[in-house]
Design a protein around this ligand. Structure first.
Ligand code: SF4
Length: 410
């Protein structure tokens, strides 16, 4: 949307600066989406009373009437319509009655709408290659908001990657709702896509934002281990270390499968960065079952955690459970797991001291320190006089902190 607007001559300004058009792209994951959306609309109109306000995305798809009732909203666009944003805003003049354009998500088969490139700083380009999800995890509203799994055809992805390379980006990050599910009868699977992408000149690193453990096949892993352009970084959602809870969540793997995938990675790539998402407080999670998750994660060779407290979503199977966990217990479990995650991150950073990593540099702070991300997904700081922005350079790690490492250029 930002790119479409720029091409029309608009300037993109930070959210709290005066603007002619305000776009609020909503998420359906947070249970406070409605309240947050109202607050954002009010905040935007305080700053720019005459602004045209568009609310788009997943929450708009799921609750369009609710959003249209928020005072000051001019247009509500669903998951598919937001990609044709410009054709809906017209002259961008405030309307008395909000317009709602939200089609049935079951009709969203057009993968063209899944493709987009997002640019971060001058270094990493985010290529959205897939949208929607065919899984049916019992806590998740994403399939309702984003529809069936669909994949951007390989030629479009390759052309986006070339565009990123021509613009000077050295790393591309493949994103989507369920990236590992990439591919259909017209497009190859993720492995086939990667085989094509590594041949794009100018792209030095390819990162996969996240992949479900059941989709980490041996064949895919073999390729990943041997192909130097693929980052030594795996982000693999776990959600729970208890088979009872995994079944209740309708996840597609038992914990032993998860462990075997992660151990295979660690045994083959000793310095791999490995992240996991975990949900605490899922309905029916007793202290004993939480302890199973905690102990499971404690033993796993993961290097960082993203911990979420279970959030009840309307129209999901999990929300109908009578066995809800008290908020205070969720908060306490979340805290325990977060501090375990920080310990693991620190241990990983300490294990890197003395070794060399390859860093894609982003920017320099006031102390003339450059910072960037290593292939293993570690933030690295170095002192360097030259302009390192957008370059990939080898760095020897000398000092480990919890949030980052310090090193010297080699
Ligand atoms: S795989 Fe992810 S997006 Fe798909 S239903 Fe499960 S949690 Fe939701």
């Amino acid at each position: 949307m930002g790119r479409q607007l720029r091409l029309q001559g608009f300037e993109i300004v930070p959210f709290d600066e005066p603007a002619d058009i305000v776009v609020i792209n909503t998420c359906s994951v947070t249970e406070r989406a409605d309240r947050e959306c109202r607050q954002l609309v009010r905040r935007a109109l305080r700053r720019s009373p005459g602004a045209f306000v568009a609310v788009v995305g997943c929450y708009a798809q799921l609750q369009p009437q609710q959003i249209a009732s928020i005072e000051g909203v001019d247009i509500v666009l669903g998951t598919t319509e937001k990609f044709d944003f410009l054709s809906y805003i017209g002259d961008a003049k405030k309307r008395g009655e909000p317009t709602i354009a939200v089609s049935c998500i079951g009709d969203a088969h057009d993968a063209r709408h899944a493709s987009s490139i997002g640019f971060e700083d001058r270094t990493r380009a985010f290529l959205k290659v897939q949208d929607g999800c065919d899984y049916s995890c019992s806590f998740c509203t994403i399939p309702m908001a984003r529809g069936k799994s669909r994949s951007v055809d390989v030629d479009t992805v390759l052309s986006d990657a070339r565009q990123a390379a021509d613009a000077g980006y050295r790393e591309i990050v493949l994103t989507g709702v369920n990236v590992g599910d990439y591919g259909d009868e017209r497009t190859p699977d993720l492995l086939g896509l990667l085989r094509s992408l590594i041949r794009v000149d100018g792209i030095e690193r390819i990162r996969i934002s996240s992949i479900e453990p059941n989709l980490l096949t041996d064949e895919l892993l073999e390729f990943w281990f041997t192909e130097p352009k693929l980052c030594r970084h795996w982000h693999v959602p776990l959600q729970s270390g208890s088979d009872v809870i995994l079944r209740g969540m309708r996840r597609r793997y038992p914990r032993d499968l998860y462990r075997s995938r992660i151990e295979r990675i660690r045994n083959t790539v000793p310095n791999a960065g490995i992240g996991a998402d975990v949900i605490v407080g899922f309905p029916g999670e007793t202290e004993e079952l939480f302890r199973e998750t905690y102990d499971f994660v404690l033993d796993l060779p993961v290097t960082y955690l993203h911990v979420f407290s279970y959030s009840e979503r309307p129209n999901t199977q999990a929300a109908t459970s009578p066995y809800h966990v008290l908020p205070a217990e969720k908060a306490e479990r979340s805290e325990r797991l977060r501090s375990l995650g920080l310990r693991k991150r620190r241990q990983f950073h300490e294990s890197l001291v003395g070794s060399a990593v390859s860093v894609l540099f982003e920017n320099q702070d006031d102390d003339a320190q450059w910072n960037g991300l290593s292939g293993e997904y570690v933030r690295v700081l170095v002192h360097g006089p030259a302009d390192l922005s957008g370059t990939v350079r080898p760095v020897r790690i000398e000092l480990a902190e919890t949030e980052y490492c310090r090193g010297v250029l080699q």
